[in-house]
Design a protein around this ligand. Structure first.
Ligand SMILES: Cc1ncc(COP(=O)(O)O)c(C=O)c1O
Length: 420
């Protein structure tokens, strides 16, 4: 049985009391998740036992480290339904999306072309496109968000029909980190492919911790993720690249490890994708830790992880809908039992009437409840809806319904404090 209370025991930080002596109720998982002991151990063991640089040393440790790196890459690729050849290690989702802009966009986008992203995207999936459009004198437009917090697919359909092959890149999030909206990837892919030859880049930062993802089946061309949001360490992530596109993607970081041959004048680059995009020493310990996180999640079974998230989202919506001062942002429909996937995933953000989000977060913090307040790196979305800031609770495998109860009780304090 999937029991978040049991899982909490795997995460040492969750049983470390706060300065106040209160128990930590960690509901800031969309910012970063906590790490289970198996991930901490995998990283420690790597440094204790196997540490050496990869691909370089002809000695036992060099061999062990290189093997650890390759095994970790294979585990991570398999977790996402991809092959190791399709996986480029990055520092995080942000770097992955920038890589698409530099490694692919730089060569394929020309003056007057159109790049599409969305109003609901994280700045990481907006600013790289703004910069690319500026460099290439291309146009950038953002798919609007409906009142209900969904992507306006009618707008998208009109746009791709009118612009056709002028559209070169379409980038969007699998799950919005503010609205919690779960976007219908396959439907968007079909729509874009019907009228354009654009490549499709998916930001899967917020879906990877909660959903069973199969890169191949999603049908996108690029997919970026971060390890730290899915129980892995900070400082490592991946960009998945569709096999048929590999020839069209150029390296964007240059130096040791990624070359074929170097003369005084120029260099050729490694044929092997993994080497070509790994300039300099990679984060082997990070990869080993991330692979341990993937194995931990696989053992839990991602279908159960997804079901657990669905229940938490429903439960939180139900509790918040009963509080008159609270206005939930994003889709408010609860997921029906028989639905495979609903309209949202991972988090619930809200406005509290008459109280700034930072004040709400501070009151919650005084009760041991860690949440995020602010614009969550989605300023254009906040501007579009006229919100100064929102408060967000977000979940992971160790989040229990009792944690939500503590949060809701703590929210009661907001009224007490601000009605005085
Ligand atoms: C939807 C989304 N995309 C991208 C990012 C950026 O992730 P990272 O900081 O790991 O690069 C985040 C981080 O919160 C996010 O929520």
């Amino acid at each position: 049985m999937f029991d978040p209370h049991m899982l909490q025991q795997d995460f040492p930080i969750l049983s470390t009391p706060l300065k106040s002596g209160k128990k930590l109720i960690y509901l800031d998982n969309a910012a970063t998740s906590q790490k289970p002991q198996v991930v901490i151990d995998a990283i420690t063991q790597y440094y204790k036992r196997d540490n050496a640089n990869v691909h370089r040393g002809i000695h036992e440790l060099g061999d062990r480290s290189t093997r650890s790196w390759h095994e970790a890459r294979k585990t991570i690729a398999t977790f996402f339904g991809a092959t190791p050849e399709e996986l480029v290690m990055t520092r995080n989702t942000t770097e992955g999306l920038n890589m698409v802009a530099y490694s692919y966009g730089e060569a394929c986008v020309r003056e007057g072309d159109l790049i599409l992203t969305t109003v609901m995207d994280h700045h990481s999936n907006q600013v790289p496109w703004q910069e690319l459009a500026r460099r290439k004198k291309a146009r950038l437009e953002m798919i609007p968000v409906t009142r209900e917090g969904m992507l306006d697919l009618e707008w998208l359909e009109r746009k791709v029909k009118v612009e056709g092959e002028k559209v070169k890149i379409v980038a969007f999030p699998h799950v919005s980190n503010t609205l919690g909206t779960l976007n219908p990837v396959e439907k968007i892919v079909r729509l874009v492919r019907a009228f354009t030859k654009a490549v499709i880049a998916l930001d899967a930062a917020q879906s990877a911790p909660h959903l069973l993802i199969n890169f191949d089946r999603l049908g996108v061309d690029f997919m970026a993720v971060s390890a730290h949001k899915m129980l892995g360490p900070m400082g490592i992530g991946a960009l998945f690249i569709r096999q048929s596109l590999l020839e069209n993607v150029s390296p964007w970081l240059f130096g040791g490890g990624m070359i074929g041959e170097v003369t005084k004048e120029r260099a050729t680059f490694a044929d092997d994708l993994e080497d070509r995009f790994t300039a300099g020493t990679p984060d082997v310990a990070g990869a080993v830790g991330w692979a341990a996180a993937c194995e931990y999640l696989s053992k839990l079974d991602m279908k159960k992880v997804e079901q657990h998230d669905k229940e938490l989202v429903n439960y939180t919506l139900e509790k918040l809908q009963a509080i008159p001062e609270v206005e939930i942002v994003g889709p408010v429909e609860r997921v029906k039992r028989y639905e495979v996937r609903g309209k949202r995933c991972g988090s619930v953000a809200f406005l509290y009437k008459g109280v700034h989000a930072h004040d709400v977060a501070q009151v919650l913090d005084s009760e041991g409840v860690a949440v995020r307040s602010g614009h969550h790196c989605t300023m254009p979305l906040h501007a579009a809806f006229g919100w100064a800031a929102t408060t967000r609770v977000s979940f992971n495998v160790y989040t229990s319904k009792e944690d939500i109860d503590v949060f809701v009780r703590a929210l009661g304090k907001v009224k007490e404090v601000f009605e005085k």
